[in-house]
Design a protein around this ligand. Structure first.
Ligand SMILES: [Fe+2]
Ligand SMILES: [Fe+2]
Length: 257
């Protein structure tokens, strides 16, 4: 394993825990105090086990240790990242596992994977509504451009009706694995302060589409998982409230014009 200079890691010394949320789907979560949110990775343990995002490089050893509580690393078949950002797939060492394949959106492939020096080039990319069987489970890939990155996609596991929306429906703070109270107001506050969406329009288009999938469980990358009873509150908040970028970036005011 190559040594990474720890001095340059923003995220470090994060401890993680693992919990099974639903039928072989595990949440690996650690609270990152620099950002005031949890960073969650999800392991879908099927015939071909799949890790949905990796966490940043500074969390790699912790996430790897939790994955190994469920499967040996050489059983890992797929690692999927949902947009190009270090918390999504900074843990690229997972690709050293023998036989593991990287899954990403068609846009991630064209924009990011094929243009960097030293980047491992082999991967499987998906366009809207394409599916992949991992054994008993089926992953459906949903293109969600500009929520919040150009290359963003989300994953819907069809047999358990599990939605992996990456940075949509996230909540700040130290969270339980599954939250049964409504945290949609703190979600909106987080979006306003962080400035991750340029406009409400693509977010609302995607939110409408996701609501029609009727997910049983939603697995945001930051915060708690959200069950189907509480999910409509988050949909409502996104449809009715303003949350687009208005000058704040990660809580810092940008004075322009
Ligand atoms: Fe992101
Ligand atoms: Fe994220």
């Amino acid at each position: 394993m190559p040594e990474v200079n720890k001095e340059y890691r923003v995220v470090k010394d994060v401890s993680t825990s693992i919990s099974e949320i639903t039928d072989g789907i595990y949440r690996i979560s650690g609270f990152v105090k620099e950002f005031g949110i949890t960073f969650n990775q999800f392991l879908i343990n099927d015939e071909k086990p799949t890790l949905i995002h990796t966490g940043p490089i500074g969390m790699y050893q912790e996430v790897e240790a939790r994955v190994k509580e469920v499967i040996p690393l050489d059983k890992l078949s797929y690692v999927s990242f949902l947009h190009f950002e270090s918390d999504e797939w900074g843990g690229m060492e997972f690709l050293n596992a023998p036989g593991v394949k990287l899954l990403c959106s068609d846009l991630s492939s064209k924009l990011n994977l094929t243009g960097w020096s030293g980047m491992r080039a082999d991967h499987i990319s998906f366009w809207d509504n394409e599916t992949l069987k991992t054994g008993k489970k089926t992953l459906r890939f949903i293109m969600t451009p500009h929520v919040h990155h150009w290359d963003s996609m989300m994953v819907f596991e069809e047999t358990t009706k599990s939605l992996f929306p990456s940075d949509l429906f996230i909540q700040p703070g130290v969270n339980k694995p599954v939250e049964s109270t409504d945290l949609s107001e703190s979600m909106i506050g987080l979006y306003r302060g962080a400035g991750i969406f340029a406009s409400e329009t693509p977010v609302r288009q995607t939110t409408k589409r996701l609501a029609k999938l009727n997910p049983e469980m939603v697995f945001p990358m930051h915060g708690s998982c959200i069950g189907k009873d509480m999910f409509p509150k988050y949909v409502d908040a996104l449809m009715k409230q303003e949350f687009a970028y208005s000058g704040l970036l990660l809580g810092q005011k940008l004075e322009v014009g």
